[in-house]
Design a protein around this ligand. Structure first.
Ligand SMILES: Nc1nc2c(ncn2[C@@H]2O[C@H](COP(=O)(O)OP(=O)(O)OP(=O)(O)O)[C@@H](O)[C@H]2O)c(=O)[nH]1
Ligand SMILES: [Mg+2]
Length: 460
């Protein structure tokens, strides 16, 4: 923990500015060795969080780059350690050269997310806030960003802490009764404990109600567009994307490989996948494409099943309907600008599917707002994270911990009702407290930490 780390914190490539970051006890010492300011002022004496002009110099006195350097004192830095940031020109060679120079001076390369991990271990942020940093970096829509910022600001942390502290209070009361049964401590009635537990449980349930929203905003909805060849899948993919991304031709079997793009509908990120039309095929390439289509269907959170309204229902349509039955899906009748052979009223019955249905024309762009609405409604009804102050969790790990905490509280309550001994009750209560601690990080195992921080990039 006490060694000093460094990394390039900006994307590696040509750009205006690149940043090399150093954090730890040796940070200022290294800055002193490699940085020269025109006034010969020492980085130790710099004001915190101010930029200072100068040069990075290697041992033989040669200038590597003209830079702006800032020092951040441990008490106010991101990692809560002495930190130095070197703003140099962004080029692969120059960044690499400065990084090597820092490493030569007794600093080691940081692991992915290690700066944020230190911020967590040093108590600047809790674990859910550390996860929020990653959510901000990876946000796919503005609503997703709002939710992540809310989490970094500590809305979730505050709520979790509040619930956890109320449970810790109950524990103190119960333990006092276990440890000092004869002492004259104020007696807390089981009714009072039940009331407090119920309140904590209700708060957990309230967060869980919105869990799906938070997770969807973070992860997005994997949406596969499927159907037999030539129904207009790629045309629909392009109109949803509002750009000519996939090839469209009148030849059935045009799309071979799957094509993926992210769109933002009402703040929800949908990862759209255009797939090859599914049919019996002898062509080697087409066959491979169809296997990929089927894999996409298996993985998808949502399927847009496209039917060509201008042709009769074919055996391929029925075959695909069978394959996707039971999945979350939306049926789209396309080509309504042409004379229609398909009856929207009977279609779902004929295909033996239960699904919402929308009729559109991709080429004439008819009913597209209806299509957008049907897609968003299929995963989310109502307003999408309208403010950053909403308490939203952002991943399955947090959801899992909340569900476990809730279950432990249910067991605890039943234990009280059954008048179990305090020792028994204490076990369930501890479980609930620990599960909440997994979210904020107090009781997260090294394994959990490893899994979380390894998803970060190096330099954050
Ligand atoms: N009239 C009409 N033609 C359409 C419509 N949508 C697509 N088409 C045409 O249908 C043909 C096939 O469109 P694609 O989007 O390539 O169909 P696809 O389902 O991706 O086809 P494959 O990739 O071969 O499976 C093209 O000639 C499109 O211009 C529509 O709404 N109306
Ligand atoms: Mg296509």
């Amino acid at each position: 923990m006490n060694n000093t780390i460094t990394a390039i914190s900006t994307p590696l490539g040509e750009g205006g500015i690149g940043i090399v970051r150093i954090s730890g006890k040796r940070a200022f010492l290294v800055a002193d060795k490699i940085f020269r300011s025109p006034q010969e002022k020492k980085p130790f004496r710099f004001e915190s969080h101010k930029l200072h002009y100068g040069h990075i110099i290697e041992s033989r006195g040669r200038i590597i780059d003209e830079v702006l350097l800032s020092v951040m004192f441990a008490s106010q830095s991101y990692t809560r350690e002495d930190t130095v940031e070197i703003n140099c020109h962004s080029g692969i060679v120059v960044l690499k050269k400065i990084l090597d120079l820092v490493i030569e001076n007794g600093v080691r390369l940081a692991e992915p997310g290690e700066f944020t991990k230190r911020a967590f271990l040093n108590g600047r942020i809790d674990l859910s806030q550390a996860e929020a940093v990653l959510s901000i970096i990876q946000a796919k829509t503005e609503a997703g960003l709002r939710a992540a910022v809310g989490q970094l600001e500590g809305h979730l942390s505050l709520k979790i802490r509040e619930i956890r502290e109320s449970l810790l209070d109950i524990r103190t009361q119960i333990e006092a009764e276990i440890d000092f049964p004869e002492e004259d401590i104020p007696f807390v009635s089981p009714e009072e404990i039940l009331r407090k537990t119920e309140k904590a449980k209700a708060k957990i349930e309230k967060i869980l109600e919105k869990a799906e929203q938070g997770i969807i905003l973070r992860k997005g909805i994997l949406t596969a567009i499927c159907g037999k060849p030539n129904v207009g899948k790629s045309s629909i993919f392009n109109v949803l994307l509002k750009k000519d991304r996939a090839i469209v031709t009148p030849v059935p079997g045009t799309t071979r490989d799957t094509v993926e793009e992210i769109i933002d509908l009402k703040g929800i990120p949908f990862c759209l996948v255009d797939t090859a039309g599914i049919r019996e095929s002898e062509g080697v390439v087409e066959k491979e494409g169809i296997i990929r289509s089927q894999n996409s269907l298996k993985k998808a959170d949502l399927i847009l099943f496209i039917i060509d309204g201008s042709t009769d229902i074919a055996k391929e349509d029925k075959q695909i309907a069978k394959e996707i039955k039971g999945k979350k899906l939306l049926v789209i009748i396309n080509k309504i600008d042409l004379p229609q052979k398909v009856s929207p009223r009977k279609l779902c019955q004929d295909l033996d599917l239960e699904a919402e249905l929308v009729s559109i024309s991709a080429t004439e762009e008819r009913n597209l707002p209806l299509l957008d609405k049907a897609i968003t409604n299929s995963v989310w009804q109502g307003e999408v994270c309208s403010s950053a102050s909403e308490v939203l969790i952002s991943n399955l790990r947090q959801k899992g911990s909340l569900i476990k905490a809730k279950q432990a509280l249910i067991n605890f309550k039943q234990g009280i009702e059954k008048k179990l001994s305090e020792e028994f009750l204490a076990v369930d209560l501890k479980e609930a407290i620990d599960c909440l601690g997994e979210i904020s990080g107090e009781t997260a195992s090294d394994d959990i930490l490893e899994r979380i921080f390894s998803r970060f990039c190096i330099g954050k």
